[in-house]
Write a protein that binds this ligand. Structure first.
Ligand SMILES: [Zn+2]
Length: 251
């Protein structure tokens, strides 16, 4: 694929850390050019940021930072108990105004370029499907990107990331777990097991609500309620079951 070189000075060493996460973002800026300038700005306030790639809405793909360098896109973040996300990830920014400046669907040419780019990255680094994540997955208290309009299901169909296979039950489930203490603790435990940084106190506090919202943004975008309903629990269970099966098949 054609890649335009647009080098950013904002990177440093991975210090030997192996790459095992692909992290997806939207730029969340008024225009693509403003976003690219910021990602390449050595004097950006309040802090310097970057990503390895940035894909415009017309599909044009920019390389900002070489893959073997650490780009600065994750910020304070955590997945599966590890907060060293920049060192172990490749970051792709998708140009989109985001929730602050007019969130809109990701156009077809942008998705096509992303799929080609991501397939290459996963192959080069052997990143497992369940470690293709959104910024909101690793920073659920601060971030909403790439957001509920991002088509994770389609990505999974192209071999990038995971999507639960059996969805037939979701429509039938409407129960609410808020009154069931045991279920709240169980849901937190499952979110934690999947990789989310979530309290394990059995209480539906604001932090837990934000983590549930992040999960829904990724895996239940049509039901973005922030409430711990049975559909959320069902989707989580399918993901955890799917992971057990896939890790089991490796022996
Ligand atoms: Zn982001």
């Amino acid at each position: 694929m054609k890649i335009v070189e647009r080098p950013s000075p904002n990177h440093d060493s991975r210090d030997g850390q192996v790459i095992d996460i692909l992290l997806l973002h939207y730029t969340g800026m008024p225009s693509g050019e403003v976003a690219l300038e910021k990602l390449c700005d050595p004097n950006a306030e309040p802090g310097r940021v970057s990503a390895h790639y940035c894909i415009d809405e017309d599909g044009l793909t920019y390389r900002l930072v070489p893959e073997d360098r650490r780009a600065w896109h994750a910020g304070v973040s955590s997945w599966a108990g590890d907060s060293n996300i920049n060192a172990r990830s490749i970051g792709i920014e998708l140009i989109n105004p985001g929730h602050e400046f007019g969130y809109r669907p990701f156009p077809e040419p942008q998705m096509t370029s992303l799929i080609v780019l991501a397939q290459g990255i996963l192959t080069r680094h052997g990143i497992t499907p369940d470690r293709v994540l959104g910024h909101s997955d690793v920073a659920p208290l601060r971030k909403e990107d790439p957001g509920e309009l991002f088509d994770w299901r389609r990505l999974a169909a192209s071999g990038i990331g995971v999507w639960p296979t059996d969805e037939t039950v979701i429509g039938e489930m409407s129960g609410d777990l808020r009154d069931a203490d045991g279920d709240m603790a169980q849901l937190q435990k499952m979110l934690h097991e999947y990789g989310y940084a979530v309290p394990l106190d059995g209480i539906l506090n604001n932090e837990t609500r934000l983590v549930i919202t992040a999960f829904q943004r990724h895996f239940l975008p049509d039901r973005l309620s922030g409430t711990p309903d049975a559909a959320t629990q069902g989707q989580l269970r399918r993901l955890l079951d799917g992971r057990r099966h896939s890790s089991g098949s490796d022996g």
